[in-house]
Design a protein around this ligand. Structure first.
Ligand code: GLU
Length: 470
């Protein structure tokens, strides 16, 4: 068999624009991209838009946006199959001329009857080869006014096998395969045929795709062989299942990549997490894009389906939120804060983020945590007020207020002041810190009180304490 090993690596991602880019598609794109990058090759983007009814420009845009967000940059494309029709027709003609394809005038009803007949005989339902030319065979008379389809002349015997990058050797008997229609009565080429021509013309060396395409592969290989093409290496990646072991679907929450953007996931977290679905490098769970590229050599791809685990994704995302540049995070959450009715300019947002980000799993949680500093304080629960704003606490709070009006406003000074007041009033930390929190931000729990005070600023702290102690 021809191999592609000595050619420059060229992979492709070939989505059908019939909807958003779902997680399985994104993972396939990532693997194809990483494989090309690892070998210093090319990554080609091809939009398979021949299903005109179901394809849309919005879906194309959603796919491009998602890939852009994930940073899966293509070296070529997007190519659009609908713009390549003349070429497919040309190759159909070549196959007809070389005797690898033939016109078939059987009507759909006749083909149905053939199938039914085979079924009754206990055979695999299939086209019976009526119009397949063979040496010495006389073909039926061509019916009038009937446009033929073009069928590919699949070898009658032998096996088609390939060494799958993921699944190992797969062999399918040619007798299992029908004479595939490659062009419809109106001359439009069919799905498998377009894929073959494009992979061939664009010199694709490695086809990495979902394993729902395994059945198409022997058909595509046979056509490529008939064309005298060098065969690509195929790698069929198993599907991603939901946490319940069922096929991943809307029921499991967001399935479109862009929804994860909306839900506050960072693209590097998404890439890192997706990479681990069906691929591993030792025990590494957290790795950069560059590390992935240096490791992703087509080995260690899992043969079994992987499971979507939202908690693990959260864990990975939390890691990247802790690592991310603060200014970038601030930019990312500003619109979220505004949407929540808060004013991000009320505080130094980067300082607020630095204080709260350790606990955030998503940008949504991060924005929520920053509300403490840039939204009006929540109205505290009266029961909490009653419980914590005791008389001794009030005295200490009044003392704090008086001192807060003139002390230096930095974390260290504020911390020393609180300690001093605790000992002067014989209180324990929570006996002062909780009342302070309730009065200045409306909740009993916040990050370290001295840091919260510093960030809120003297003016707001004084104003809120004065109001609360009235
Ligand atoms: N267009 C196909 C799909 O979206 C992929 C075809 C291929 O990768 O060969 O499932």
């Amino acid at each position: 068999m021809n191999t592609t090993n000595d050619r420059r690596v060229r992979t492709r991602f070939a989505p059908s624009p019939t909807g958003y880019l779902h997680l399985g598609g994104a993972r396939t794109a990532l693997f194809s991209w990483a494989y090309a990058r690892h070998f210093g090759g090319d990554f080609v983007l091809r939009i398979e838009d021949t299903d005109v009814e179901r394809s849309s420009e919005d879906a194309v845009q959603a796919i491009l946006d998602s890939m852009n967000w994930l940073g899966l940059d293509a070296d070529e494309g997007p190519y659009y199959q609908m713009q390549n029709m003349a070429r497919y027709r040309e190759v159909v003609q070549e196959l007809l001329a070389s005797g690898h394809a033939y016109y078939c005038y059987s009507s759909p009803e006749e083909v149905d009857q053939m199938r039914e007949k085979a079924r009754q005989l206990g055979l695999k339902p299939r086209y019976d080869g009526t119009w397949r030319p063979e040496p010495g065979k006389t073909l039926p008379a061509i019916p009038e006014n009937r446009q033929p389809v073009v069928r590919f002349k699949t070898p009658l015997d032998g096996v088609t096998s390939w060494n799958d990058l993921v699944k190992g050797t797969i062999s399918i008997a040619n007798s299992e395969l029908d004479d595939l229609i490659i062009a419809r009565p109106d001359g439009t080429p069919t799905y498998n045929f377009c894929v073959v021509v494009d992979d061939w013309d664009s010199g694709i060396t490695h086809v990495i795709r979902g394993d729902d395409h395994v059945n198409n592969t022997p058909r595509q290989i046979n056509i490529l062989k008939a064309l005298g093409a060098t065969l690509p290496v195929y790698g069929h990646v198993p599907m991603i299942l939901g946490p319940d072991g069922e096929k991943l679907s809307k029921r499991h929450g967001a399935v479109s990549v862009t929804e994860y953007d909306d839900d506050g996931y960072l693209p590097e977290a998404m890439v890192n997490y997706l990479a681990r679905l069906g691929w591993s490098h030792g025990d590494e769970e957290i790795f950069s894009r560059e590390q992935m590229i240096s490791w992703f050599d087509g080995k260690n791809l899992s043969r079994s389906a992987s499971q979507w685990d939202p908690q693990k994704l959260n864990w990975v995302n939390a890691h990247y939120i802790r690592q991310a540049d603060l200014t970038r995070l601030a930019k990312a959450i500003e619109p979220r804060l505004r949407a929540l009715g808060a004013d991000p300019e009320r505080v130094s947002l980067v300082d607020a983020i630095a204080l709260v980000r350790d606990r955030a799993h998503t940008l949504v949680e991060l924005a929520d945590a920053c509300l403490l500093f840039c939204a009006d304080p929540a109205t505290p629960d009266p029961a909490l007020i009653e419980k914590h704003i005791t008389d001794p606490a009030r005295v200490a709070l009044a003392d704090f207020l008086a001192r807060a009006k003139e002390c230096a406003w930095d974390r260290k000074t504020l911390s020393a002041l609180i300690k001093e007041l605790l000992s002067a009033h014989e209180l324990k930390m929570p006996q002062l810190a909780i009342p302070l929190r309730l009065l200045i931000v409306g909740t009993p729990q916040t990050p370290a009180i001295d840091a919260v005070l510093e960030l809120l600023g003297r003016e707001r702290v004084v104003e809120r304490l004065e109001l609360g102690l009235k």
